[in-house]
Design a protein around this ligand. Structure first.
Ligand SMILES: O=c1ccn([C@@H]2O[C@H](COP(=O)(O)O)[C@@H](O)[C@H]2O)c(=O)[nH]1
Length: 279
Protein backbone atom coordinates (compact mmCIF):
# COMPACT_ATOMS: atom_id res chain seq x y z
CA UNK A 1 0.00 0.00 0.00
CA UNK A 2 1.00 3.61 -0.45
CA UNK A 3 -0.37 6.74 1.12
CA UNK A 4 -3.69 8.08 -0.09
CA UNK A 5 -1.93 11.20 -1.43
CA UNK A 6 0.38 9.03 -3.55
CA UNK A 7 -2.51 6.89 -4.83
CA UNK A 8 -4.42 10.03 -5.72
CA UNK A 9 -1.44 11.48 -7.59
CA UNK A 10 -1.22 8.23 -9.54
CA UNK A 11 -4.95 8.44 -10.38
CA UNK A 12 -4.48 12.06 -11.54
CA UNK A 13 -1.59 11.03 -13.80
CA UNK A 14 -3.51 8.08 -15.26
CA UNK A 15 -7.06 9.38 -15.56
CA UNK A 16 -7.02 13.12 -14.88
CA UNK A 17 -8.71 15.16 -12.19
CA UNK A 18 -12.32 13.99 -12.41
CA UNK A 19 -14.22 12.37 -9.54
CA UNK A 20 -17.48 10.71 -10.54
CA UNK A 21 -20.21 11.26 -7.96
CA UNK A 22 -22.56 8.39 -7.10
CA UNK A 23 -25.65 10.27 -5.94
CA UNK A 24 -28.71 8.06 -6.49
CA UNK A 25 -31.30 10.72 -5.61
CA UNK A 26 -34.99 9.77 -6.04
CA UNK A 27 -35.15 12.00 -9.17
CA UNK A 28 -32.17 10.19 -10.70
CA UNK A 29 -33.69 6.78 -9.97
CA UNK A 30 -37.00 7.89 -11.46
CA UNK A 31 -35.29 9.31 -14.61
CA UNK A 32 -33.43 6.01 -14.96
CA UNK A 33 -36.69 4.04 -14.70
CA UNK A 34 -35.56 2.46 -11.43
CA UNK A 35 -37.55 2.01 -8.20
CA UNK A 36 -36.74 4.26 -5.25
CA UNK A 37 -35.57 1.34 -3.14
CA UNK A 38 -32.50 -0.80 -2.46
CA UNK A 39 -32.75 -2.53 -5.84
CA UNK A 40 -32.79 0.83 -7.63
CA UNK A 41 -29.82 2.06 -5.58
CA UNK A 42 -27.80 -1.07 -6.37
CA UNK A 43 -28.54 -0.90 -10.10
CA UNK A 44 -27.66 2.80 -10.26
CA UNK A 45 -24.50 2.49 -8.13
CA UNK A 46 -23.19 -0.54 -9.98
CA UNK A 47 -23.80 1.03 -13.40
CA UNK A 48 -21.84 4.14 -12.41
CA UNK A 49 -19.00 1.96 -11.11
CA UNK A 50 -18.98 -0.04 -14.34
CA UNK A 51 -18.93 3.10 -16.52
CA UNK A 52 -16.20 4.73 -14.39
CA UNK A 53 -13.84 1.75 -14.20
CA UNK A 54 -10.83 2.32 -16.45
CA UNK A 55 -12.09 5.80 -17.42
CA UNK A 56 -11.93 7.77 -14.18
CA UNK A 57 -9.72 7.22 -11.18
CA UNK A 58 -12.04 8.17 -8.36
CA UNK A 59 -15.70 7.84 -7.36
CA UNK A 60 -17.55 9.58 -4.54
CA UNK A 61 -20.69 7.92 -3.23
CA UNK A 62 -22.96 10.37 -1.42
CA UNK A 63 -23.72 8.45 1.78
CA UNK A 64 -27.00 10.30 2.45
CA UNK A 65 -28.57 8.90 -0.71
CA UNK A 66 -27.96 5.36 0.61
CA UNK A 67 -28.69 6.13 4.28
CA UNK A 68 -32.11 7.36 3.19
CA UNK A 69 -33.04 3.71 2.59
CA UNK A 70 -32.01 2.56 6.06
CA UNK A 71 -30.26 -0.74 6.65
CA UNK A 72 -30.99 -1.99 3.11
CA UNK A 73 -29.50 1.20 1.65
CA UNK A 74 -26.37 0.90 3.77
CA UNK A 75 -25.97 -2.72 2.71
CA UNK A 76 -26.03 -1.54 -0.91
CA UNK A 77 -23.50 1.19 -0.09
CA UNK A 78 -21.11 -1.46 1.24
CA UNK A 79 -21.59 -3.49 -1.97
CA UNK A 80 -21.01 -0.45 -4.20
CA UNK A 81 -17.86 0.47 -2.24
CA UNK A 82 -16.54 -3.10 -2.58
CA UNK A 83 -17.31 -3.19 -6.32
CA UNK A 84 -15.60 0.16 -6.90
CA UNK A 85 -12.50 -0.92 -4.98
CA UNK A 86 -12.36 -4.22 -6.90
CA UNK A 87 -12.59 -2.24 -10.15
CA UNK A 88 -9.47 -0.30 -9.15
CA UNK A 89 -11.26 2.93 -8.35
CA UNK A 90 -10.35 5.10 -5.37
CA UNK A 91 -13.45 5.65 -3.23
CA UNK A 92 -14.22 8.81 -1.29
CA UNK A 93 -17.21 8.46 1.04
CA UNK A 94 -19.01 11.77 1.27
CA UNK A 95 -20.42 11.45 4.79
CA UNK A 96 -19.18 14.74 6.30
CA UNK A 97 -18.57 13.18 9.69
CA UNK A 98 -17.51 15.31 12.65
CA UNK A 99 -17.94 14.99 16.43
CA UNK A 100 -16.04 15.25 19.69
CA UNK A 101 -12.76 13.33 19.60
CA UNK A 102 -13.88 10.09 21.28
CA UNK A 103 -16.80 9.71 18.85
CA UNK A 104 -14.62 10.79 15.94
CA UNK A 105 -12.45 7.78 16.70
CA UNK A 106 -15.44 5.51 16.05
CA UNK A 107 -16.30 7.28 12.78
CA UNK A 108 -12.68 6.99 11.64
CA UNK A 109 -12.60 3.27 12.42
CA UNK A 110 -15.88 2.70 10.56
CA UNK A 111 -14.85 4.54 7.39
CA UNK A 112 -11.06 4.29 7.16
CA UNK A 113 -10.28 0.75 8.32
CA UNK A 114 -10.23 -1.25 5.08
CA UNK A 115 -11.38 -4.37 6.97
CA UNK A 116 -14.72 -2.75 7.89
CA UNK A 117 -17.88 -2.80 5.74
CA UNK A 118 -17.50 0.85 4.72
CA UNK A 119 -13.68 0.98 4.58
CA UNK A 120 -12.89 3.55 1.86
CA UNK A 121 -9.83 5.37 0.59
CA UNK A 122 -10.95 8.73 1.98
CA UNK A 123 -13.76 10.34 3.94
CA UNK A 124 -15.17 13.87 4.03
CA UNK A 125 -15.12 15.33 7.55
CA UNK A 126 -16.42 18.46 9.24
CA UNK A 127 -14.03 20.59 11.34
CA UNK A 128 -16.78 22.78 12.77
CA UNK A 129 -16.53 21.21 16.24
CA UNK A 130 -12.93 22.43 16.23
CA UNK A 131 -10.09 21.18 14.03
CA UNK A 132 -8.51 19.33 16.97
CA UNK A 133 -11.55 17.03 17.22
CA UNK A 134 -10.44 15.53 13.88
CA UNK A 135 -7.16 14.30 15.37
CA UNK A 136 -8.35 10.66 15.78
CA UNK A 137 -9.32 10.66 12.11
CA UNK A 138 -5.94 12.14 11.13
CA UNK A 139 -4.25 9.35 13.13
CA UNK A 140 -6.48 6.66 11.59
CA UNK A 141 -5.74 8.04 8.12
CA UNK A 142 -2.02 7.62 8.80
CA UNK A 143 -2.52 4.12 10.28
CA UNK A 144 -4.64 2.86 7.37
CA UNK A 145 -2.93 4.89 4.62
CA UNK A 146 -6.27 6.55 3.98
CA UNK A 147 -7.23 10.17 3.39
CA UNK A 148 -9.54 12.87 4.67
CA UNK A 149 -11.19 15.82 2.98
CA UNK A 150 -11.88 18.53 5.53
CA UNK A 151 -14.71 20.96 4.76
CA UNK A 152 -13.25 24.44 4.36
CA UNK A 153 -15.04 26.55 1.76
CA UNK A 154 -18.07 24.59 0.64
CA UNK A 155 -19.78 25.00 -2.72
CA UNK A 156 -23.04 26.40 -1.33
CA UNK A 157 -23.47 30.17 -0.91
CA UNK A 158 -24.81 29.81 2.67
CA UNK A 159 -21.49 28.36 3.81
CA UNK A 160 -19.75 31.71 3.54
CA UNK A 161 -21.57 33.16 6.57
CA UNK A 162 -19.66 30.70 8.76
CA UNK A 163 -16.57 29.91 6.71
CA UNK A 164 -15.61 33.48 5.82
CA UNK A 165 -16.38 34.87 9.29
CA UNK A 166 -13.28 36.57 10.74
CA UNK A 167 -11.88 36.27 14.25
CA UNK A 168 -10.32 39.07 16.31
CA UNK A 169 -7.03 38.63 14.38
CA UNK A 170 -8.83 39.12 11.07
CA UNK A 171 -8.37 35.43 10.11
CA UNK A 172 -11.22 33.67 8.34
CA UNK A 173 -12.52 30.37 9.71
CA UNK A 174 -11.74 28.74 6.34
CA UNK A 175 -8.21 30.20 6.40
CA UNK A 176 -7.55 28.66 9.83
CA UNK A 177 -8.81 25.26 8.64
CA UNK A 178 -6.62 25.47 5.54
CA UNK A 179 -3.53 26.27 7.64
CA UNK A 180 -4.26 23.39 10.04
CA UNK A 181 -4.53 21.00 7.10
CA UNK A 182 -1.28 22.33 5.61
CA UNK A 183 0.45 21.60 8.93
CA UNK A 184 -0.95 18.03 8.92
CA UNK A 185 0.61 17.49 5.49
CA UNK A 186 4.00 19.01 6.29
CA UNK A 187 5.93 15.72 6.02
CA UNK A 188 4.50 14.86 2.57
CA UNK A 189 4.98 18.43 1.34
CA UNK A 190 8.65 18.36 2.43
CA UNK A 191 9.11 15.35 0.13
CA UNK A 192 7.35 17.13 -2.75
CA UNK A 193 4.37 14.76 -2.53
CA UNK A 194 0.67 15.36 -2.36
CA UNK A 195 -0.66 15.15 1.19
CA UNK A 196 -3.30 12.69 2.36
CA UNK A 197 -5.27 15.26 4.33
CA UNK A 198 -7.25 17.28 1.84
CA UNK A 199 -9.78 20.06 1.80
CA UNK A 200 -13.24 20.50 0.36
CA UNK A 201 -13.25 23.74 -1.61
CA UNK A 202 -16.24 24.26 -3.86
CA UNK A 203 -15.75 24.57 -7.61
CA UNK A 204 -18.22 27.45 -7.30
CA UNK A 205 -16.42 29.18 -4.41
CA UNK A 206 -12.71 28.58 -5.09
CA UNK A 207 -12.19 32.18 -6.25
CA UNK A 208 -13.10 33.35 -2.74
CA UNK A 209 -9.94 31.76 -1.34
CA UNK A 210 -7.54 34.16 -3.03
CA UNK A 211 -9.89 37.09 -2.46
CA UNK A 212 -9.74 36.33 1.27
CA UNK A 213 -5.99 35.69 1.49
CA UNK A 214 -6.37 31.91 1.85
CA UNK A 215 -3.38 29.94 0.53
CA UNK A 216 -4.55 26.61 -0.94
CA UNK A 217 -1.11 25.63 -2.23
CA UNK A 218 0.80 25.42 1.08
CA UNK A 219 1.20 21.82 2.24
CA UNK A 220 -0.03 20.44 -1.13
CA UNK A 221 -3.41 19.26 0.13
CA UNK A 222 -5.63 17.56 -2.42
CA UNK A 223 -8.65 19.78 -3.03
CA UNK A 224 -12.01 18.09 -3.55
CA UNK A 225 -14.09 20.50 -5.60
CA UNK A 226 -17.81 19.76 -5.89
CA UNK A 227 -19.97 22.13 -7.91
CA UNK A 228 -18.99 21.34 -11.50
CA UNK A 229 -21.97 20.98 -13.83
CA UNK A 230 -25.22 20.87 -11.88
CA UNK A 231 -24.19 23.70 -9.53
CA UNK A 232 -22.96 25.92 -12.36
CA UNK A 233 -19.15 25.79 -12.31
CA UNK A 234 -17.45 25.19 -15.66
CA UNK A 235 -14.01 23.79 -16.46
CA UNK A 236 -12.84 27.31 -17.27
CA UNK A 237 -14.26 28.92 -14.12
CA UNK A 238 -12.73 26.18 -11.96
CA UNK A 239 -9.27 26.60 -13.44
CA UNK A 240 -9.37 30.33 -13.01
CA UNK A 241 -10.94 30.06 -9.52
CA UNK A 242 -8.19 27.75 -8.21
CA UNK A 243 -5.34 29.49 -10.05
CA UNK A 244 -1.96 28.13 -8.89
CA UNK A 245 -3.66 25.34 -6.88
CA UNK A 246 -5.27 23.77 -9.99
CA UNK A 247 -2.84 20.80 -10.03
CA UNK A 248 -4.18 19.68 -6.61
CA UNK A 249 -7.85 19.82 -7.61
CA UNK A 250 -10.15 16.81 -7.87
CA UNK A 251 -13.32 17.98 -9.58
CA UNK A 252 -16.51 16.15 -8.62
CA UNK A 253 -19.46 15.81 -10.93
CA UNK A 254 -22.53 13.85 -9.84
CA UNK A 255 -25.90 14.88 -11.32
CA UNK A 256 -24.42 16.20 -14.57
CA UNK A 257 -22.90 12.77 -15.29
CA UNK A 258 -25.92 10.81 -14.05
CA UNK A 259 -28.15 12.91 -16.33
CA UNK A 260 -26.98 10.59 -19.12
CA UNK A 261 -29.45 7.97 -17.92
CA UNK A 262 -28.80 4.31 -17.18
CA UNK A 263 -27.19 3.16 -20.43
CA UNK A 264 -23.46 2.52 -20.15
CA UNK A 265 -22.64 4.31 -23.41
CA UNK A 266 -24.33 7.53 -22.21
CA UNK A 267 -22.58 7.45 -18.84
CA UNK A 268 -19.24 6.70 -20.50
CA UNK A 269 -19.77 9.55 -22.92
CA UNK A 270 -20.50 12.03 -20.08
CA UNK A 271 -17.49 10.82 -18.09
CA UNK A 272 -15.19 11.11 -21.09
CA UNK A 273 -16.56 14.54 -21.97
CA UNK A 274 -15.96 15.80 -18.41
CA UNK A 275 -12.44 14.34 -18.44
CA UNK A 276 -11.66 16.05 -21.72
CA UNK A 277 -13.09 19.37 -20.54
CA UNK A 278 -10.97 19.24 -17.38
CA UNK A 279 -7.68 18.40 -19.13
O1 LIG B 1 -19.27 21.77 -0.54
C1 LIG B 1 -19.81 20.72 -0.93
C2 LIG B 1 -19.49 19.50 -0.37
C3 LIG B 1 -20.06 18.37 -0.89
N1 LIG B 1 -20.94 18.45 -1.92
C4 LIG B 1 -21.48 17.17 -2.45
O2 LIG B 1 -20.97 16.97 -3.77
C5 LIG B 1 -21.96 16.43 -4.62
C6 LIG B 1 -22.30 17.44 -5.69
O3 LIG B 1 -23.26 16.91 -6.57
P1 LIG B 1 -23.66 17.60 -7.97
O4 LIG B 1 -24.84 16.80 -8.41
O5 LIG B 1 -22.49 17.45 -8.90
O6 LIG B 1 -24.01 19.01 -7.69
C7 LIG B 1 -23.15 16.10 -3.70
O7 LIG B 1 -22.96 14.77 -3.24
C8 LIG B 1 -22.99 17.07 -2.55
O8 LIG B 1 -23.55 16.60 -1.35
C9 LIG B 1 -21.25 19.65 -2.47
O9 LIG B 1 -22.03 19.77 -3.42
N2 LIG B 1 -20.67 20.76 -1.96
Amino acid sequence: MTTFGTRLEHAFNTFGQLCVGIDPHPDVLSDWGLPDDARGLRECGMRVVEASAGRAGIVKPQVACFERHGVAGLQVLAEVIAAAKSAGLLVIADAKRGDIGSTMEAYAEAWLNPQRDFGVDALTVSPFLGFATLQPAVQAAAQYEAGLFVLALTSNAEGQQVQLARDEDGQTVAGRIVRSVAASNAAAADQGKMGSIGLVVGATTAHLAEQNGIDLVAGSPPLLAPGYGAQGATAQSIRSGFGAAWGQVLVNSSRAILAAGPETHGLVSNIEQARTDLQ
